[in-house]
Structures are given as structure tokens and as C-alpha cells.
Design a protein around this ligand. Structure first.
Ligand code: PLP
Ligand code: COI
Length: 356
């Protein structure tokens, strides 16, 4: 058998599916998963779809000690005609490979990774929900598996893809969220791993996230780690603001994740000939704009969160309410167009959709 042929082993017992009206984010997983191994001297090999279940690793496996791992998040959407489609999956695979390069993990063959995603979604087709705003979230990841505790790059890896039917990431759905500007902890600095999608970034973000949640906020807005004044991104989303008619979002300077939803927002806004600027934005400028009535809209963008309006921002003792705590017209138009393309009710002029 060719080392790139995907072998399939079907689960003998299938799980009951969760009720799609009450789906939570990321808690129930489908019947199968995709696996593929890497060994130095052989390369990536033995791609297979097997029943979803525990993975056996030695306690010394390197991922447990030095967090050499990367991951991705993308979705499969059920169209009204019953078909299933993916949104910009190649962009996720390319970003996964850039994350691999940062973490000294051997890159994947783009076609092989795409085949893995497509074959798994085809196998789990019946798990793609059809209730409004639901989808199948797909989580590819790579972990270092060498049983060795010396600090160096692993020689063996496991690539895995799991999938779970999901509803809204935030319990609020499309209703505006409250965000807390974090002034103590930092998430990333230039030269670090901020632009890679790797678990360590999220581990470092947990403390501030927990504090914000306990205080009643959905997530934190990160400031840059050096000057502690430039806006970076939110816990699981990039951020965009409409200030005095112009859409402003922080540039991709190496410390924030190059979001695919962020790029899609910029592509759509530019196609509508709206003024867009990717430029550094300080928290002072942002709050000053809000106090002068120039901060018209704010929203987060992400695969899990889609387009999430920000209704309230809190920084130290300052609090601003944006657009009366309601979703603004640009945010709404982006949400409608993007989700329309993703679920197949709006035509895709960009070539973002891949049919499963
Ligand atoms: N920033 C962070 C830290 C994220 O975890 C995510 C989610 O993937 C994003 C931004 C948005 O990226 P994307 O739009 O590619 O999902
Ligand atoms: C995503 O939007 O895909 C994310 O990865 C965000 C979060 C669930 C980590």
C-alpha cells in the first residue's frame, strides 16, 4: 500500500448524537478521528481514520513536558440543499505549517492534510448539524511523541484530526459581549510564539481569562507585551474597530494570530470599498475615540466566535459602551455576508468554499 493511502477502520458502535438545539461548544466528539505518524528518516506515514478514542503515549512523551504542539480550528457547514462545505481549509493548513515551522515540527504535505480533513468529514457527514448557526468544528493538531525529557525537538510526531458538532462559542450568540483590557499579564511578544497556534499561548492566557470571567467579562483584550499600550487581540479572536468611519485593526506584527476570519473581514470590507487600515492602535487612542463619540463599532473575529460584536470595553477604571451595547451596521453586514458564504446562502465570489 502507498504510504499516503488513507486506511479506514470503522467504529463498531456509533454514539448517539447530541440535540442540535442545545449544542455547546466543543464537548461532544464524533465517532472517528484521523491519525498520521511522523518518524525521522521516513517522513509522515500511515494516514488512517480509526474510531475516536484515547491515544496511548509514554508519560515521558515530549508534548507533556515542553509543549511542542500546534493546532488549528476550522468548520464544516451544512447547506440548505443538504450538502456540506468547508471554509478556506487550505488557509488553515498553511497556517498549521507556519506554526509547525515555528515549533520545529516537520511540515505536513498540504494535499495530504486536506485529504485527511475531507475524508474525515465525509465519514462523519451525519454529524454535521443543520440547525441555524450550528456547524462541525474540526480540530487538527500535531504533538511531539518522543519518550525523552531532554530539551530538543522530537524525532517522532502524531498528527490527529478530531471533530465536534458545535453551536455558538459564546452563550450570548450574536449579542454583544463585554471585554476586559488586561494590564498585568501578557500573552505574547515579537520573536515569541504569538503568531503560531500553539497550546502554550493559551496556557499563558488562562489566568487573565479566568480573572476576567469571574468579574463577569467574556474574554480579555491583550495589549502588547513590551510597551503595554498597543491593542493586540482577544483571547480567541482578532479585533476590529470602526473609528470615525474607518475600520482599524492591529497589523500582523508577529505577536498576534493571523486570523483567517480577520483576513476575510478585510477582504470583504475592501470589496465594499470601505476604508480599512491595518495599523498600530493604542488603548489610549481607542478610549479617547470612545469618549469623543468616534468609536462607532467594535467586534471580534474568529472561526469559533465568527463575528462577535463588542458592546462594552473596560480598562482599569474606565468603561465604554459601544453603539449603545448593540450590534452596529458594519458588524451586522459582515456577519450576514460571512455566515451567508459559510452556510451557502450567499454566493462566494472569492473562491473560499470547498465542497465536501
Ligand atoms: N486569535 C486567537 C488567539 C485565536 O485563538 C483565534 C482563533 O482561531 C483567532 C485569533 C482567530 O483566528 P481565525 O479567524 O483563523 O479562527
Ligand atoms: C478557533 O476560533 O478556532 C479557536 O481556535 C478559538 C479557540 C476555541 C481556541
Amino acid at each position: 500500500m502507498n504510504k499516503n493511502t488513507i486506511r479506514t477502520e470503522r467504529a463498531s458502535v456509533l454514539k448517539p448524537k447530541p440535540d442540535s438545539a442545545t449544542l455547546k461548544f466543543g464537548t461532544s466528539f464524533t465517532d472517528h478521528m484521523f491519525l498520521m505518524n511522523y518518524t525521522d528518516g521516513i517522513g509522515w506515514h500511515d494516514p488512517r481514520i480509526v474510531p475516536y478514542g484515547p491515544i496511548t503515549l509514554e508519560p515521558s512523551a515530549m508534548v507533556f513536558h515542553y509543549a511542542q504542539e500546534v493546532f488549528e480550528g476550522l468548520k464544516a457547514y451544512r447547506r440548505a440543499d443538504g450538502g456540506v462545505q468547508l471554509f478556506r481549509p487550505r488557509d488553515n493548513i498553511r497556517r498549521l505549517n507556519r506554526s509547525c515551522a515555528r515549533l520545529c515540527i516537520p511540515e505536513l504535505d498540504e494535499e495530504m492534510a486536506l485529504q485527511g480533513i475531507l475524508e474525515l468529514v465525509r465519514m462523519e457527514e451525519s454529524w454535521v448539524p443543520s440547525a441555524p448557526q450550528t456547524s462541525l468544528y474540526i480540530r487538527p493538531f500535531v504533538i511531539a511523541t518522543d519518550p525523552a525529557v531532554g530539551v530538543h525537538a522530537s524525532h517522532t510526531y502524531l498528527f490527529c484530526i478530531i471533530a465536534c458538532p458545535v453551536g455558538s462559542y459564546y452563550p450570548q450568540g450574536i449579542n454583544p459581549v463585554s471585554i476586559y483590557v488586561e494590564s498585568d499579564d501578557v500573552r505574547a511578544v515579537k520573536g515569541g510564539t504569538g503568531s503560531a497556534k500553539t497550546g502554550g499561548n493559551y496556557a499563558a492566557s488562562l489566568r487573565a481569562g479566568e480573572r476576567a470571567e469571574q468579574a463577569g467579562y467574556s474574554q480579555v483584550l491583550w495589549l502588547d507585551g513590551v510597551h503595554r499600550k498597543y491593542i493586540e487581540e482577544v483571547g480567541a479572536m482578532n479585533v476590529l474597530f470602526k473609528i470615525d468611519g474607518e475600520i482599524v485593526t492591529p497589523p500582523l506584527g508577529g505577536s498576534i494570530l493571523p486570523g483567517i476570519t480577520r483576513q476575510s473581514c478585510l477582504d470583504l470590507l475592501r470589496s465594499w470599498e470601505m476604508p480599512v487600515s491595518e495599523r498600530p492602535l493604542t488603548v489610549d487612542e481607542l478610549f479617547e475615540a470612545a469618549e469623543n463619540g468616534k468609536l462607532e463599532e467594535a467586534w471580534g473575529s474568529g472561526t469559533a466566535a465568527v463575528i462577535s460584536p463588542i458592546g462594552e470595553l473596560v480598562w482599569k477604571d474606565k468603561k465604554v459602551v459601544i453603539n449603545g451595547g448593540k450590534i452596529g451596521p458594519t458588524t451586522q453586514k459582515l456577519y450576514d455576508t460571512l455566515t451567508g458564504i459559510q452556510w451557502g446562502t450567499v454566493q462566494d465570489p472569492f473562491g473560499w468554499i470547498i465542497n465536501v
